[in-house]
Design a binder for this molecule. Structure first.
Ligand code: MEV
Length: 324
């Protein structure tokens, strides 16, 4: 599918409601911030927002919303500058601070709704705006999360052989975003219950990669993600599983695993072909590729080990407007 076939967000008068999926990173988190490839998909768990005209700005009735929520503040600054006050309600089925893209989904849904009220926006422009909005709130970041929730399906960043959907421009680098065909597999994610901060984890990995063996580690992250993208494109499940294991070893080496994540990965082993942390790590979630037919057993094992597991499929649709 080309970017031109991804429908733009049309113009709509307030009230406007929008829905955006979360995301799950299969290969390349953290390294992508430094220009390496990444593979991720939009999750079939979503955030919905509704934006209404109002006498005062609020988020879920909180009039201090802009002070308390940097994502809300950043979205209003970039998509609603000088706009009249709006009341925003947000409802999320994506666990927060879990590495599953709740902030990217909130940013994309809100930016889409506000942009609709400002005359509409096409997907490449929305992907750029959502990236800048999330980065503005976190201070760090790469475009994978926001592009996945804007584009839907499977996407690769800086790798893969598909058509380029769009290029996202950051202050010191650009990332090419491509479509990857969905191999049609079920995945299981499990939240450890340990909240984490993306910004803190990203800065810690940046410091780790600045050490003398940093270039070697980044090269290895690059190789694993590049080969992983190719293996997904070819539907080569055993190779994908092997590379997921290798990616986890690298993430452990740069210090973003956590004893709870390692416990979940061990608990998953008898019913999973592979498992690794997904997202920023240091808490958050794991993603596992179930042994076909053992999905329910995998969910039981992860729940028994104290995780909050979900069987997930990629959501083919990215952010979209819905009826308020
Ligand atoms: C967070 O979901 C993924 C990271 O790679 C940060 C980013 O890409 O913005 C850790």
């Amino acid at each position: 599918m080309s970017a031109l076939e991804l429908p733009p967000i049309p113009a709509r008068a307030l009230p406007v409601s929008a829905e955006a999926p979360g995301k799950c990173i299969v290969f390349g988190e953290h390294a992508v911030v430094h220009g390496a490839p990444e593979l991720l998909f939009a999750l079939d768990l979503s955030v919905q927002v509704i934006v209404r005209p109002s006498g005062a700005v609020s988020l879920n009735t909180d009039r201090e919303g802009t002070e308390r929520n940097p994502y809300f503040r950043s979205a209003l600054a970039r998509s609603w500058s000088d706009g009249p006050p709006v009341a925003v309600r947000a409802v999320s089925r994506i666990p927060k601070s879990a590495g599953l893209g709740s902030s990217a989904a909130f940013v994309a849904a809100l930016s889409a709704a506000l942009s609709a009220a400002r005359g509409g926006i096409d997907r490449p422009a929305l992907a750029q705006r959502a990236f800048e909005t999330e980065r503005g709130a976190q201070g760090v970041g790469s475009p994978g999360d926001t592009s996945a929730v804007v584009g839907g399906g499977f996407l690769s960043i800086n790798g893969g052989s598909g058509e380029v959907l769009w290029t996202v421009r950051g202050p010191d680098r650009e990332w090419e975003v491509r479509r990857v065909p969905d191999p049609g597999w079920l995945w299981v994610v499990a939240h450890s219950g340990i909240p984490r901060s993306t910004g803190t984890a990203v800065r810690a990995v940046g410091e780790r990669l600045a050490r003398s063996d940093g270039p070697r580690l980044l090269e290895e992250f690059t190789r694993v993600a590049r080969d992983g993208i190719r293996a997904v494109e070819q539907g080569d499940r055993p190779r994908v599983a092997e590379l997921i294991g290798r990616n986890q070893e690298l993430l452990r080496e740069v210090g973003v695993s956590h004893p709870r994540l390692e416990a979940l990965i061990s608990a998953a082993a008898p019913a999973a072909e592979a498992a690794k942390l997904t997202g920023a790590g240091a808490g958050g979630s794991i993603v596992a590729l179930p042994v076909p037919g053992k999905e329910v057993e995998l969910v039981r094992r992860l729940a028994r080990a104290g995780g909050l597991p979900f069987v997930v499929r990629p959501s083919a649709t990215g952010v979209r407007l819905i009826e308020p």
